[in-house]
Design a protein around this ligand. Structure first.
Ligand SMILES: [Zn+2]
Ligand SMILES: [Zn+2]
Length: 341
């Protein structure tokens, strides 16, 4: 394989490595070697997500050391010998979850539960680096989308996967608990699906103000303030057990509930199962996505789900650790933080 031009290609690249929980190094490392079916992507924008924070804190299934970063877009720098769909200069977003396509789960169209699951930025080197190697099958053309918009393809594909579990009817109503970047993506996608009345709950004043203005909707301070027995669809985007329990109260009889936020793995929840029976509720969970990238790109490309106003910070690799601190504190006004390596 002959590497093409690109600053730093021959001399290695700058990368952020999580060596072990709570230990970050910014260093010059070897530019990833390419397998015949892989692309080398020059990273233009990479979102920081809760999963990166969990890997940093040691509370997620990361393998160490690892370069984090799985929500990203960039341009193809070079391609392996067997790559057919791409050539240098193509602009791509990447689906970071890499199913083996050869286990019982994959062969049953449940690639998100692949028994040999790998993921860019979790089990193999990710995009908080100048370059990242990805399989061709994980890369998608982004057309005229900006790289910053395309950095939302991955979280939006998870949102699409979650909402596809629901029966969304034109003119239905929804409440969303949690109005951070994911909550706003959920609300905008619900709207694109025909939900006409949306209300939200958010504790952070800056996020509350942003969501109210960006969506033109009422945003209450706490899930307990949502009306009871009111909404056709209720989504939790917090993963906080008390908030999740309140989704059952806000739901009208016959409603569907989506628990989208990621709770702590040892969290417990208290609620009255009688309410689920009496109100005939359907409760859905959602884990990553299954081939929803094209749908996500379509939602972005058509403007059905705008995202640029969600970017609150643009930082270099050197600033990522302090951003982890801000996100962990939960008190800042941050929405989406993009790393521009
Ligand atoms: Zn993520
Ligand atoms: Zn598999």
């Amino acid at each position: 394989m002959t590497p093409t031009i690109g600053s730093g290609y021959h001399d290695g690249m700058r990368a952020l490595t999580i060596r072990e929980p709570r230990s970050i190094a910014i260093e010059t490392v070897e530019t990833p070697p390419l397998a015949p079916d892989e692309l080398l992507v020059r990273v233009s924008a990479c979102g920081i997500c809760g999963t990166d924070l969990h890997i940093y804190e040691g509370s997620y299934m990361g393998s160490y050391p690892v370069v984090p970063g799985h929500e990203f877009a960039g341009s193809v720098e070079s391609v392996g010998s067997k790559v057919r769909r791409f050539s240098a200069g193509d602009r791509v977003a990447v689906e970071p979850n890499l199913p083996c396509n050869n286990c019982d789960a994959c062969l049953n169209n449940r690639q998100n539960f692949c028994e040999n699951w790998q993921a860019v930025g979790v089990t193999r080197a990710g995009a908080m680096a100048e370059y990242v190697a990805v399989p061709e099958s994980a890369a998608f053309e982004i057309g005229s989308l900006s790289f910053e918009e395309a950095a939302f393809v991955e979280p939006l594909s998870c949102v699409v996967h979650g909402l596809r579990k629901l029966t969304i009817r034109p003119g239905s109503s929804a409440a969303v608990v949690g109005a951070g970047p994911i909550g706003v993506l959920l609300m905008r996608t619900l709207r694109a699906c025909g939900v006409t009345r949306i209300e939200a709950a958010e504790r952070n004043p800056a996020r509350r103000e942003f969501a109210g203005r960006a969506l033109g909707i009422p945003v209450v301070t706490d899930a307990t303030e949502l009306r009871q027995d009111e909404y056709d669809i209720v989504v939790d985007a917090t993963g906080v057990p008390a908030a999740m329990a309140h989704t059952l109260e806000a739901a009208r009889p016959g409603a569907e509930i989506l628990w989208f936020g990621v709770p702590d793995s040892d969290a417990r929840i208290g609620f009255e199962p009688f309410a689920v029976f009496r109100k005939g509720l359907s409760i859905h969970g959602s884990f990553t996505s299954v081939r929803n990238t094209i749908e996500a790109i379509e939602l972005l490309a058509t403007g059905a789900v705008p995202v640029t106003d969600l970017v609150s910070h643009r930082v270099g690799l050197d600033e990522v650790e302090s951003m982890f601190g801000i996100l962990a504190g939960g008190s800042a006004d941050a929405l989406k933080i993009l790393v521009l390596p």
